[in-house]
Write a protein that binds this ligand. Structure first.
Ligand code: NAD
Length: 485
C-alpha cells in the first residue's frame, strides 16, 4: 500500500532522490489521526558523505556565478514555490497537523518571500573601497562554504527556506536536516531549487534524528551550522561548532512577555494574545506566553478572551474552516498536558481548556491560566503548546523587571495607546524581536532572533547576510615595499 505522502525516497542529494534502506526507519504520522503517511530512513554515513562531497562541488560552481545569476535562480524558485503553494501547504498540514487555513498563508508563502528577498539582495553583495592616501584597500564579501541547516518541526518549509535563501544568496551550499518529526517539505524545496536552475548538490536534504545533526556539526568540511531548536540542543550544537571553530546561528526557545497596559485597545491586545498563544496550536518559539495584564483591566481582559475563544474551530486540519489543529505528536501532547497539571498543582486558576479532546489525533483545548505568579513552573518553562498564562501587574517599572526575569530573550510585545511608554518599555525589554500593538508578525525584511539563551545571530533582513558571509580585506600597494634590510 502506498502511504498518503510518501516521497520518492528519503533524501535529496546531488540533484536526485536517494535511499539507503540500511538507515533506521523514520515513520511520519498525520497528527490529526495518528496514521502513518510516510516512512523514511535515517541517513547513513554513506548518504552523508555523498551530501558533503556534492555540496562542496556545487558550492565552487555556484560561488563562481555572478550575484545576478544566483539571485535569478532564487527568485525563480520563489515563483515556483508560490505556484505550488496549495500542494506544499497540504503537505505541510499532513506533516505538522497545522490547519490548512494557516499553512496556505504562513509556511511556503513565507519561504517564497525569503527566496525572493534574498534573491533580490544577491546581486547587491559588494565590498567597499578604503582609501589610504595613495595606497588603498578593498573588501570582498565571500561565502563561508558548505553550511548545515538543522530544523525544528513547527515551521518545516519556512525554516528550511529562511536558512537556504540567505546561505545560497551569499554563494554557499547547504545541507539541510529537517526535524525527524516533519521531514517531508524540505525535500520539495530541494526539488524546486533544482527546477529553478541551482546546480545539483547545492541544496541537499538528509533525514535523521539528532545523531545525523551531530554528525554534520562535527564534520570538518562544514563551515557553519544554523540550528532552529530547543535550548538544550542549542547547547550541544554550539559546543560541537566551537570545537571546529565554525560559524553558528542559533534560533532557540522562548518564554516571551506580552504586556497589556490599561490604556490599550483591549480587543486588539486580545487578538495579539490569541495569535501569540494559539496560532499553530501554540507551537511557535516567539509566542508571548507570559501575558502581563495591568490589574485594573484584568477581569475585562479575561472575560472577553474567554468569549472570543468560542470562535475556535477544531477539526480536520485539511478543512479550510478549521482554525485550531492538533499538536505535532503524542509526545508533545503529553508534555503539554503535564504542564497543565503542574499549573493546577501549583495553584494557578484554570480559566478555560486544559483537556485532551475526545477526537482521534493529538488535539487539546486552548488553555488559559490566570492568577499565575512569576515563580510557577508554567511561567518559567517553555511549554510549546496552547497554554496561555496571565499574570497581573500594577506599574511600568515592576512589569519590566518581571518580564526580564527569565533566561530567555526571544521576543516581547507591549500593548498601549501611549506612544512614549511603548518605546520606553520596548527599549528596556531584553528581547531580540519585539512588537508594539501587535504580535508574531515576522516579515522577511525584519531581522528575527533572540538574545540571552534564546539565540545567537539573526535570520531574515540584511542581518542574515552577515551570518552567511565573511569579509576578505585586500591591501593594494601602489609604490615600492620598504623593508629594513
Ligand atoms: P529540538 O531541539 O528537539 O530539535 C531541533 C533539531 O535539532 C531537530 O532537527 C533535531 O533532530 C536536531 N538535534 C537534536 N539533537 C541534536 C544534536 N545533538 N546535534 C545536532 N542536532 C540535533 O527542537 P524541536 O522539538 O524540534 O523544536 C522545538 C524547539 O524549537 C522549541 O524550543 C522552540 O522554541 C524552538 N524553535 C525556535 C525557533 C526560533 O526561530 N527561535 C523556531 C522554531 C522552534
Amino acid at each position: 500500500m502506498t502511504l498518503r505522502a510518501q516521497p520518492n525516497a528519503s533524501h535529496f542529494v546531488d540533484g536526485f532522490y536517494i535511499e539507503d534502506a540500511a538507515g533506521s526507519p523514520i515513520p511520519v504520522l498525520y497528527p490529526a489521526t495518528g496514521q502513518e503517511i510516510a516512512r523514511l530512513h535515517e541517513a547513513t554515513p554513506a548518504i552523508l558523505e555523498q551530501a558533503v562531497a556534492s555540496g562542496m562541488r556545487a558550492q565552487r560552481d555556484w560561488a563562481a556565478r555572478s550575484g545576478t545569476e544566483r539571485g535569478r535562480v532564487l527568485r525563480r524558485a520563489a515563483e515556483i514555490m508560490r505556484a505550488r503553494n496549495r500542494e506544499l501547504s497540504e503537505l505541510e498540514t499532513l506533516d505538522t497537523g497545522k490547519p490548512l487555513q494557516e499553512t496556505l498563508v504562513a509556511d511556503a508563502a513565507s519561504g517564497a518571500d525569503a527566496l525572493e528577498y534574498f534573491g533580490g539582495i544577491a546581486a547587491a553583495l559588494t565590498g567597499e573601497h578604503i582609501p589610504l592616501g595613495g595606497d588603498f584597500a578593498y573588501t570582498v564579501r565571500e561565502p563561508l562554504g558548505v553550511c548545515a541547516g538543522i530544523g525544528a518541526w513547527n515551521y518545516p518549509i519556512q525554516i528550511a527556506s529562511w536558512k537556504a535563501a540567505p546561505a545560497l544568496a551569499c554563494g554557499n551550499a547547504m545541507i539541510f536536516k529537517p526535524s525527524e518529526t516533519t521531514p517531508l517539505s524540505a525535500l520539495k524545496l530541494a526539488e524546486i531549487l533544482m527546477e529553478a536552475g541551482a546546480p545539483a548538490g547545492l541544496f541537499n536534504v538528509v533525514q535523521g534524528t539528532g545523531s545525523v545533526g551531530a554528525a554534520l556539526a562535527g564534520d570538518e568540511r562544514i563551515a557553519k551550522i544554523s540550528l532552529t531548536g530547543s535550548v538544550p540542543t542549542g547547547r550541544k550544537v554550539y559546543a560541537a561548532a566551537a570545537d571546529g571553530l565554525k560559524h553558528v546561528t542559533m534560533e532557540l526557545g522562548g518564554k516571551s512577555p506580552l504586556i497589556v497596559f490599561d490604556d490599550a485597545d483591549v480587543e486588539n491586545a486580545i487578538s495579539g494574545a490569541i495569535l501569540g498563544n494559539f496560532y499553530s496550536s501554540g507551537q511557535i518559539c516567539s509566542n508571548g506566553t507570559r501575558v502581563f495584564v495591568q490589574r485594573s483591566i484584568k477581569e475585562k481582559f479575561l472575560t472577553r478572551l474567554t468569549e472570543r475563544l468560542a470562535g475556535v474551530v477544531m477539526g480536520d486540519p485539511m478543512d479550510e474552516t478549521v482554525n485550531f489543529g492538533p499538536l505535532v505528536s503524542e509526545t508533545q501532547l503529553e508534555k503539554v498536558l503535564s504542564y497543565v497539571k503542574t499549573g493546577q498543582d501549583e495553584g494557578a486558576r484554570l480559566i478555560t481548556g486544559g483537556n485532551r479532546t475526545g477526537r482521534e489525533g493529538w488535539f487539546m483545548e486552548p488553555t488559559v491560566f490566570a492568577d499565575v505568579t512569576d515563580g510557577m513552573t508554567i511561567a518559567r518553562e517553555e511549554i510549546f503548546g496552547p497554554v496561555m498564562t496571565v499574570l497581573d501587574f500594577d506599574d511600568e517599572d515592576e512589569v519590566i523587571e518581571r518580564a526580564n526575569d527569565t533566561e530567555f530573550g526571544l521576543a516581547a510585545a507591549v500593548f498601549t495607546a501611549d506612544l512614549g511608554r511603548a518605546h520606553r518599555v520596548i527599549g528596556k525589554l531584553q528581547a531580540g524581536t519585539t512588537w508594539i500593538n501587535t504580535y508574531n508578525l515576522t516579515p522577511v525584511e525584519m531581522p528575527f532572533g533572540g538574545v540571552k539563551k534564546s539565540g545567537v545571530g539573526r535570520e531574515n533582513g540584511w542581518a542574515a547576510i552577515e551570518h552567511y558571509s565573511q569579509m576578505k580585506s585586500v591591501y593594494v600597494a601602489l609604490g615600492k615595499t620598504e623593508a629594513p634590510y
